[in-house]
Ligand binder design. Structure first.
Ligand SMILES: Cc1ncc(COP(=O)(O)O)c(C=O)c1O
Length: 380
């Protein structure tokens, strides 16, 4: 049989490659973005309660209504914006599915989609699957700020979507109000949807306020925003999240969602609905993760790795130019095989290769793991 691949360039992801190498060399894995500690036993017990009490059949297509109501209240409180749980929220099988569904539902063949690179790796293949063109805007270090005039110059009559991500993986930077206002001006009077990836909304530090599209009514009317309970509640393996968007866009979103998922798994939705009643479970996250970020930076204070302070996410960039001239992939491979600490290079998240000499380390790890990694990194 002759097979025509829809993603001929798609190979093994940098995460799988670095994790396999970390396992081979018995390296400490600060590469992949997930905690090495378990999620809250209270959450696990709520979920097992529902699993064991017959909450094992389909939920409504858009998700458990009580959970959507709880999210609507949370959004109203945090972002001072009312969203109708009936028509504006859909529970998804993680943020990745929400991103896939939003792009598939709203981007047409031949359209252009602007992404901000380095960009989380699921955007580009999904855009290519719908036969649209990815138009990258490249961020440059060390401040990684967006020049919105330059980004505006990439907009054409074919642009149907701009994808933003704040707090940003892999850079760890966040949007300011000025960024949101600039974005608002760009999409004003244009048929452009903003897909806002906000999976790290609660992982934000130094009292920075998260700039959700939900705070900006003019952007909200032209947006789908996506969130991840897996990221928020230290349970990335559960693949559960949600999408929020104005009724018109959400109706289109659901037309695709009902055929590729129908409804996300039921007992986890019931369990999360119970757990959300205690808002300290998510409002305490900035303090929890900021302490981890600061601890890692303190441990590496005397090393040759220089941090670009993370404003959000659980990633911290480090400049390795005092150690090596190698490109970031080669350096990351050497760091894993020779010094036994796995990291993630930035270049796989970019279409244009630049040699920034930056690697990403994940600090969502037990203190002991961070200490063991720092001991090895301090020897370089
Ligand atoms: C920026 C960003 N968006 C989306 C996702 C995917 O989230 P989920 O695991 O809920 O699909 C991730 C996961 O690493 C991410 O970093």
């Amino acid at each position: 049989m002759r097979l025509r691949s829809k993603l001929p360039e798609g190979g093994i992801s940098i995460f799988s490659r670095m994790s396999a190498l970390a396992a081979k060399h018995n390296a400490i894995n600060l590469g992949q973005g997930f905690p090495d500690f378990d999620c809250d036993p209270v959450l696990r017990s709520r979920i097992s309660h529902h699993l064991n009490n017959q909450k094992n059949q389909y939920c409504p297509m858009a998700g458990l209504f009580e959970l959507r109501e709880a999210l609507s209240k949370k959004i109203n409180k945090l972002y001072d914006h009312y969203v109708d749980p009936q028509t504006e929220i859909t529970i998804t099988a993680g943020a990745t599915q929400a991103i896939f569904t939003a792009i598939t539902a709203l981007v047409h063949e031949g359209d252009e989609v602007i992404i901000i690179e380095p960009a989380y790796d699921c955007y580009k293949p999904t855009i290519e699957l719908v036969k649209a063109k990815c138009i990258p805007y490249g961020l440059s270090g060390p401040d990684y700020k967006i020049d919105w005039d330059e980004l505006d110059s990439l907009v054409s009559s074919k642009t149907s979507m701009i994808i933003i991500n704040t707090p940003h993986n892999p850079i760890g930077k966040t949007f300011a109000k000025t960024d949101m206002k600039a974005l608002e001006a760009i999409i004003n009077q244009r048929d452009i949807v903003v897909l806002s990836d906000e999976v790290y909304e609660h992982l934000i530090y130094d009292d920075i306020q998260h700039q959700s599209v939900l705070k900006y009514p003019n952007i909200y009317n032209q947006s789908i925003s996506v969130f991840s309970f897996g990221k928020t509640f230290h349970a990335t393996g559960w693949k559960i999240g949600y999408a929020v968007g104005s009724p018109k866009l959400m109706a289109e979103f659901r037309k695709v969602h009902q055929w590729n998922v129908y409804s996300a798994n039921s007992f986890v939705q019931y369990g999360i609905n119970d757990y959300l009643k205690d808002e300290s479970k998510y409002l305490g996250l900035p303090t929890f993760f900021q302490e981890k970020r600061d601890y890692l930076n303190k441990l590496l204070d005397k090393s040759k790795l220089k941090p670009v302070k993370s404003e959000g996410t659980y990633f911290q960039l480090f400049d390795y130019s005092e150690i090596s001239d190698e490109d970031d992939i080669t350096f990351s491979l050497h760091l894993t095989s020779k010094y036994r600490v796995a990291s993630i290079p930035l270049s796989p998240f970019k279409s244009k290769k630049t040699n920034d000499k930056m690697i990403r380390l994940c600090f969502a790890k037990k203190d002991k793991t961070l200490e063991q990694a720092a001991e090895l990194l301090n020897k370089i």
